[in-house]
Write a protein that binds this ligand. Structure first.
Ligand SMILES: [Zn+2]
Length: 171
């Protein structure tokens, strides 16, 4: 993705209040990120461990989504779980169930979309092999890196469509 600055990021959020977007903690190293290797910017809030954020270009516009880690999940810690965006298998807490408030009235009424995503939101790095999951699971795929990048983008698009779905219905 193209490099973006703090102001663009804060203005991109679609599913939280302006005040929340102004206050949320951004990644500390924005200017040092390897943007060309990112399909989306994802990070966990350093000041609020149950919060995460995802910023991506969608239909030519920058879209930011706030996420919250669902607390009531009971999963086996011996079982590996796959990220629904990049399909990287993780063990234990390597994958988290994130919920995103839907855009617009639906979200304000508490309507959310949940999905399993790499807990550190670093899908772009796992897809490119620059970061490895600690699952110990050997997951050999015949897809090229390029194909995995495309698949991740499609999965993310599907997730965002669901987040925006409430907005369409309320419009
Ligand atoms: Zn992932």
């Amino acid at each position: 993705m193209n490099p973006v600055g703090e102001r663009e990021i804060r203005e991109s959020f679609v599913n939280c209040s302006k005040g929340e977007a102004r206050r949320l903690n951004l990644p500390r190293n924005l200017s040092e990120l390897s943007w060309a290797d990112l399909d989306f910017l994802g990070w966990r809030d350093p000041g609020a461990p149950d919060r995460g954020y995802l910023v991506v270009e969608r239909q030519g516009e920058l879209v930011g989504v706030t996420l919250r880690v669902a607390q009531d999940v009971r999963r086996s810690f011996t079982k590996s779980t796959v990220c629904s965006l990049c399909l990287t298998p993780h063990s234990g807490s390597g994958v988290a169930l994130f919920v995103a408030p839907r855009v617009g009235a639906a979200g304000r009424q508490g309507n959310t979309v949940g999905t399993y995503i790499c807990a550190d939101l670093a899908c772009s790095l796992y897809v490119r092999g620059t970061k490895r999951a600690e699952s110990g699971v050997r997951f050999e795929e015949t897809l090229t890196t390029e194909e995995r990048i495309t698949r991740t983008a499609l999965n993310l698009e599907g997730f965002l469509d669901k987040v925006f779905d409430g907005d369409l219905r309320s419009a």
